[in-house]
Ligand binder design. Structure first.
Ligand code: DC
Length: 229
């Protein structure tokens, strides 16, 4: 099967995008690229350099000069999907901290910031053989991608999964608090979260990660069959 060179996966927080993205990338031998880490890396840098993430100009200026590298996990055996370097420092796990989580949507909402990071994402996507995960990848960053997924799940299901995920990393978690946090982020991310008109929409409530991946693979096969060899 000639696999399409670019696969995009968008959808709200906690819908299972990274699990599906990693799974498809492994099955196809593609690069897995989670674009959310770029916004998280920027938020992390803003916190450390005392840049106000609400200040559009200052945050965009930081984005322009910041060296963000997303590398394969390599030898690190701590459950990471990739390694993120910001100006050479390994910040992979710090990007998941609650203080980053609190400000990332604020930093991500400035058009000037998005212009900078979208251009970098597009450059990586254009190399091909990539599964790109985010919010606006199919709609704005890679509008010509041949396969686009929009993965969704109910708020209760997303809160339940996020709770299990945090607990599996040994963290303390309260499902009600996590549910409220997801709803807050849905609201803040709404401005970039509409599915592309040509996206295949998968609602993953009641499906295992394997079932979601099987659905996605059968859609990819169908599209690939329609593409020239
Ligand atoms: O997917 P995530 O939770 O790691 O995303 C972190 C933040 O970045 C979230 O607030 C949404 C935002 N984001 C975005 O605006 N556009 C993307 N392509 C990816 C993430």
């Amino acid at each position: 099967m000639p696999a399409p060179l670019i696969i995009t996966i968008d959808g709200p927080a906690g819908a299972g995008k990274s699990t599906l993205g990693e799974h498809l990338a492994r099955r196809l031998g593609y690069l897995y690229f989670d674009t959310g880490v770029m916004y998280r890396a920027l938020a992390w840098a803003a916190l450390h350099r005392h840049v106000d993430p609400a200040d559009a100009e200052a945050t965009a200026a930081l984005a322009r000069t910041l060296d963000i590298q997303v590398l394969p996990a390599g030898a690190a055996a701590d459950g990471r999907q990739y390694t993120v370097l910001v100006d050479g420092a390994d910040v992979t796990w710090e990007l998941r901290r609650p203080d980053v989580e609190r400000v990332v949507s604020v930093a991500a909402r400035h058009p000037a910031v998005r212009t900078v990071l979208r251009a970098r994402q597009r450059a990586i996507g254009n190399r091909g053989r990539v599964v790109m995960v985010g919010r606006d990848i199919g709609s704005v960053v890679m509008p010509d991608a041949p396969v686009k997924f929009y993965l969704n799940a109910s708020i209760d299901e997303r809160a339940r999964r996020r709770t299990v995920e945090i607990q599996s990393r040994g963290g303390a978690s309260d499902i009600q608090h996590i549910r409220n946090e997801i709803m807050r982020r849905d609201e803040l991310d709404r401005h970039v979260s509409a599915p592309a008109a040509d996206a295949c929409i998968i609602v993953s409530d009641g499906l295992t990660p394997e079932q979601v991946a099987d659905l996605a693979m059968s859609y990819i096969r169908r599209v690939a069959g329609e593409l020239p060899e």
